[in-house]
Design a protein around this ligand. Structure first.
Ligand SMILES: NC(=O)c1ccc[n+]([C@@H]2O[C@H](COP(=O)([O-])OP(=O)(O)OC[C@H]3O[C@@H](n4cnc5c(N)ncnc54)[C@H](OP(=O)(O)O)[C@@H]3O)[C@@H](O)[C@H]2O)c1
Length: 315
């Protein structure tokens, strides 16, 4: 009996030490590895896979001049963002942040393949391959995951849009980008592109929040198998604060014990739209990532939509 008891104690002891080992192992895993799968992914029309939440390196982070000096503090901040769980960075040739994103990724020690890098061409529309080459050099990588035309404003005619798209399509076979897409394109810009496209745009990056009245267009894009990626998602809290959602969002946030920013990001994801947000505050970034821990009730998604549509304020 004593022997049996000893055996029992032994097996409990073994179990305890196994648990202790796994806890120790768990704690020794870099925090960033633990959060790798925190953010949901979506499959694009070219079968590639994109994390549904991106960290934006424009707006607040954009340098006054794209050739501005290398900023070490930006690299350190982006490394924190990686530690917190983001693997998708949104850049553009004119943000001036590609070099810092590339260094942050390298210094994170996490393999390049675990990241998803989006960049956009605005300044090099006359030769998109040369523009992509410059971005790759600044990012210190051989490929980006998604390369977007920043805006249709370069085009004077529908033929200009079509010609640019055919040039973008050539980039996929060079393997310098996995996916191609557009940004700020309205339906009248996408339609001529679709007339000539062999590869459809995988993504259209547009303003998307409850005050933007963009749902009909988003449904049209979805019907055409083009993924919507939304920016200015937090506009009701900053650019367009003072609208009718000011009274609704705090109540919903209270129900889920999250910040209002997480409610707005979750609202976007509920429509299958991927989100790009940014912040200069790690606490805010943790608030954004709470999105992965709850799902908004469908009725509340509709409530936000209806109240948002009632707003007269434009961003
Ligand atoms: N393709 C395009 O034309 C285009 C255009 C615009 C943006 N973008 C991309 O989208 C990214 C995100 O754009 P965005 O800056 O408009 O992002 P956003 O995610 O809508 O807003 C971010 C701002 O919201 C503030 N915020 C967060 N929570 C808040 C709260 N509870 N109350 C008040 N303010 C709050 C943050 O302030 P703190 O910094 O103080 O936390 C942050 O500066 C850009 O960086 C860029 O990569 C693309």
């Amino acid at each position: 009996m004593a022997k049996d008891g000893a055996e029992d104690i032994g097996s409990v002891g073994t179990a305890a030490s196994t648990i202790a080992e796994s806890v120790e192992e768990f704690l020794s895993i870099p925090k960033c590895m633990l959060f790798t799968s925190r953010i949901p992914h979506i499959v694009l029309n070219d079968s590639s896979v994109m994390p549904m939440m991106a960290f934006g390196t424009g707006t607040y982070w954009q340098k006054p001049h794209p050739e501005g000096p290398f900023t070490r503090s930006m690299v350190e901040f982006f490394k924190i963002v990686i530690m917190q769980g983001y693997r998708h960075f949104d850049c553009a040739d004119f943000y001036g942040t590609e070099e810092e994103v590339g260094v942050a990724i390298q210094e994170s020690g996490i393999p390049r393949e675990d990241f998803y890098i989006t960049t956009k061409v605005r300044d090099g529309m006359d030769d998109v391959e040369a523009a992509l080459d410059r971005s790759l050099k600044r990012l210190g990588t051989h490929y980006v995951d998604l390369f977007l035309i920043y805006s249709p404003s370069f085009a004077r005619t529908p033929q200009d849009l079509q010609h640019a798209w055919k040039e973008m399509e050539k980039l996929v076979s060079t393997k310098k980008t996995r996916s191609i897409g557009v940004s700020n394109y309205q339906r009248e810009h996408i339609e001529p592109v679709l007339e000539v496209a062999t590869l459809k745009p995988a993504v259209n990056q547009i303003e998307f929040h409850p005050y933007a009245r963009c749902l009909d267009y988003a449904y049209w894009l979805e019907d055409n198998n083009i993924q919507v990626q939304g920016f200015f998602g937090l506009a009701p809290l900053n650019l367009s604060s003072g609208g009718p959602l000011d009274r609704v969002l705090p109540c919903i946030a209270h129900i889920y014990d999250v910040n209002e920013n997480a409610v707005l990001i979750q609202w976007m994801l509920s429509y299958g739209v991927t989100s790009i947000s940014t912040s200069r505050d790690p606490v805010r970034i943790e608030q954004y990532l709470k999105v992965t821990e709850f799902k908004l009730d469908e009725g509340l998604v509709s409530l936000i939509t209806v109240v948002g549509n009632a707003n007269n304020i434009c961003t």
